[in-house]
Design a protein. Structure first.
Length: 265
């Protein structure tokens, strides 16, 4: 029998035009989770996120910052904010080209899997909005309904590739016949484990690697609202959520703020 296949999508700058978590910064501020100063810093971080990339050392600093930022956040409050504002915040930011690709893969019978360093409280609802079958994301430690600030599972770099391979072994995916899409050099390992890798809006280093490996390079430039589009085929219930809350995306507040201080030095 033919083995099942999948299309694995990074989220930020691959499916949506902004950081998935920073897109909710105003709502998190209104809900009392972050300060107004942090909200303003996140707006600047969005600009940096969209125009540049981060190396592994910078990403580690982001991870550490996120641990401090979310400590004490009420999990139910985060979920409620995301649920109540998802359509207004995220739906207009989805790339038209990404939606078309998702539609094509589903029509070809492939599962859609979102693989993100952000977390399930943000990523899983977006996945449901897009008709994804599974989600792999960062998981923060939760005690008594609040985030402790510790990260249980970090879906980043090589770990994304390991998670894909583990999921393939569990479900039976034929990775040689599967597809993967990402914008970041930190996802090279994820792209290398499938037979059909694609660089989407790649940063400079990923573009260089993609060129050297003859990987196709795609440009997604048209954020659109989903409602006018033909409805996506119904997805199966989400089976895998390695859940939260934007370890990389919100962490880029730290990186952006540091870049701003260094520029002024």
């Amino acid at each position: 029998m033919t083995r099942p296949t999948a299309a694995f999508f990074d989220l930020d700058k691959t499916i949506i035009a902004k950081s998935s978590t920073l897109a909710f910064s105003r709502e998190f501020q209104a809900g009392g989770l972050i300060s107004r100063r942090a909200m303003l810093r996140s707006a600047y971080a969005q600009f940096v996120f969209f125009t540049g990339g981060a190396d592994h050392d910078q990403m580690d600093k982001m991870r550490q910052f996120m641990s401090q930022l979310c400590a004490g956040w009420d999990v139910a409050t985060v979920r409620e904010i995301v649920h109540d504002t998802l359509n207004n915040i995220v739906e207009p930011l989805v790339y038209d080209e990404a939606v078309s690709l998702i539609e094509e893969h589903r029509l070809e019978g492939r599962d859609i899997v979102i693989v993100s360093a952000s977390g399930a409280e943000v990523v899983e609802p977006i996945g449901q909005l897009l008709g994804a079958d599974r989600v792999i994301a960062t998981r923060m430690e939760i005690v008594d309904g609040k985030y402790t600030g510790n990260i249980d599972y970090y879906a980043y770099a090589e770990e994304k590739a390991r998670a894909i391979q583990h999921l393939a072994a569990t479900v039976g995916y034929d990775l040689a016949e599967s597809y993967a899409y990402s914008d970041s050099v930190t996802d090279v390992h994820m792209l290398e484990v499938v037979g059909h890798p694609f660089a989407v809006n790649p940063d400079r280093e990923l573009r260089r690697i993609a060129t050297s490996k003859d990987w196709p390079v795609l440009a997604f430039v048209r954020p659109v609202a989903l409602r006018p589009r033909v409805p996506l085929p119904p997805a199966k219930p989400t089976l895998a959520a390695l859940a939260v809350g934007g370890a990389v995306a919100a962490g880029s507040m730290f990186w952006a703020n540091r870049r701003r201080r260094d520029a002024g030095a």
